[in-house]
Design a binder for this molecule. Structure first.
Ligand SMILES: CC(C)(COP(=O)(O)OP(=O)(O)OC[C@H]1O[C@@H](n2cnc3c(N)ncnc32)[C@H](O)[C@@H]1OP(=O)(O)O)[C@@H](O)C(=O)NCCC(=O)NCCS
Length: 463
């Protein structure tokens, strides 16, 4: 096993060396970051020095008891979420990213590497920079032996998200940041070790996630080795056992790239930010984030949506009409449940990520002919009016999860419980990016003030 592994590592590193030579004039992601960090540090210094006392908004009692909705309290560089326009990555909307970010060779969709480059540096990478990053990640992607033993020792019935969090946390055995901190490094060097850990973690996530899938759903099936000529998601799909399905590979490239970051206030992003602020290494910080992602109001919603859609299909049978869907929506709402895949903590319009996935379906006749995907489209026509009439949710429109799972299901990836793991592979792009920036900017320990109800009442009486 060891010799096979090291042979792969050698061949990958030979390829990587060749690539470095071929793209000698190409910047590495570290060099690209080194170029942009000083300007951001200067910007933060200016803000602190000249605008430290500027007011960004009021804190109302409803914010404190309402999950801090709308409070502008987290510094997050990678993306900004506008309630009406949706997500923008350094100013680029999803359609703009689709136009400008490099795809995989032979593919059309954005890939994780080009999105990571944009998130980290704020710049659109060249084709060559993207390929170089793919090779760097492939070179680092092999799982250490102890992680394989750990994951193989877990009951395959343990929820895949629990397994993913455990594997990610245990990868901190090799944390460059933790080791350097113990040696006693300068604060100005924190970000370089955070970047090393972040790239290593991202590189290893596909093999970890694929091993969890194999153990749970295809026990004993060999997992293909990492191919140095493939992008991160190309390798992931290959290791999952679906490498010959080009459309699924392209779908996952798109899904993983556009789902990679959704500003800093969502539960997983906020969790990694908080834990990282204690100077926990990126592995532990992201493991914590994964357990936030595992909640049904957040990442687990994609598995809930498909379950709900299948139940609806069972109940209404082949007679899919707007009236039947409407009745089923009311049945869900009257039983006190939420309609999964609808609503959002910030968005007040249809989610552009949903629109991008729907567009992907619209260009493929096999997807359009799938009854579940037809159901998703029809639900989109009916649900907003029903949710408006119901009158509770502030956003009656679909979010990304309304469409994400049914496409996976169509392509044969039918194990709902696994879907949030794919989200977990994706969201690492944004959470790890911000960890690098938080350390580069020297952000402090996060420590908001809590208040009791008595304190709130006395503050109301004596402001
Ligand atoms: C995403 C979500 C958690 C946001 O929650 P939020 O910020 O509290 O949303 P709102 O402020 O609009 O909620 C106000 C009320 O509407 C309800 N509501 C929100 N979305 C709803 C939905 N899809 N179906 C039914 N009711 C909904 C809330 O439960 C809340 O009810 P309450 O006052 O009885 O507690 C929520 O919309 C939801 O549960 N959606 C379904 C799960 C989902 O798709 N999650 C993935 C998010 S990307």
């Amino acid at each position: 096993m060891f010799s096979r592994t090291s042979a792969v590592a050698k061949s990958v590193s030979r390829n990587a060396l060749a690539t470095q030579r071929r793209f000698a004039s190409t910047k590495t992601i570290r060099e690209a970051l080194e170029e942009v960090i000083p300007a951001k540090q200067a910007q933060l210094k200016q803000l602190k020095a000249h605008h430290g006392q500027a007011v960004l908004g009021d804190i109302k009692v409803e914010n404190v008891i309402g999950g801090m909705r709308g409070l502008k309290t987290i510094l997050w560089e990678a993306s900004v979420l506008d309630p009406l326009e949706g997500i923008h990555f350094h100013g680029l909307s999803i359609p703009e990213c689709q136009k400008s970010l490099p795809a995989a060779p032979g593919g059309k969709e954005i890939i994780a590497e080009s999105m990571l480059w944009l998130l980290l540096t704020g710049k659109v990478p060249t084709e060559a920079e993207t390929r170089q990053l793919s090779r760097e990640l492939a070179q680092k992607g092999e799982l250490p032996e102890y992680i394989k033993i750990l994951i193989d020792s877990l009951p395959p019935t343990l929820h895949p998200m629990t397994q993913l969090g455990m594997g990610v946390a245990a990868l901190n055995h090799d944390s460059s940041f933790a080791a350097a901190y113990e040696r006693g490094i300068k604060k100005s060097e924190y970000w370089t070790h955070t970047l090393d850990d972040s790239l290593n973690l991202l590189a290893r996530l596909p093999a970890l996630a694929a091993r969890i899938y194999r153990n749970a759903y295809n026990p004993g099936k060999p997992i293909p080795e990492i191919n140095a000529d493939l992008d991160l998601v190309g390798n992931y799909v290959n290791m999952l056992g679906y490498g010959d399905n080009h459309d699924l590979t392209e779908y996952l490239r798109l899904y993983i790239a556009i789902h990679g970051d959704h500003e800093g206030g969502n539960a997983s992003a906020h969790t990694s930010h908080l834990v990282g602020s204690t100077l926990s290494d990126p592995y532990l910080s992201y493991a914590a984030a994964l357990y936030a992602l595992a909640g049904p109001l957040h990442g687990l919603a994609n598995q809930e949506v498909l379950r709900w859609q299948h139940n609806m299909q069972k109940e209404i049978g082949s007679n899919i009409t707007p009236e039947n869907i409407k009745d089923y929506l009311w049945k869900t709402l009257k039983s006190g449940q939420v309609v999964p895949g609808y609503g959002h903590g910030v968005l007040r319009n249809p989610d552009p990520r949903y629109m991008a996935l729907q567009q992907f379906c619209d260009t493929r006749p096999d997807l359009l002919a799938d009854p579940v995907i037809q159901l998703v489209k029809l639900t989109y026509e009916v649900a907003p009016a029903v949710l408006k009439e119901h009158g509770k949710t502030k956003n009656p429109y679909p979010n990304v999860d309304a469409a994400s799972g049914c496409v996976l299901y169509h392509y044969g990836l039918t194990q709902f419980k696994y879907y949030t793991v794919i989200f977990g592979v994706s969201r690492a792009l944004g959470c790890l990016t911000q960890l690098v920036w938080s350390r580069a900017l020297g952000l402090p320990l996060e420590r908001p003030k809590s208040v009791s109800m008595d304190t709130i009442e006395s503050l109301i009486k004596n402001p």
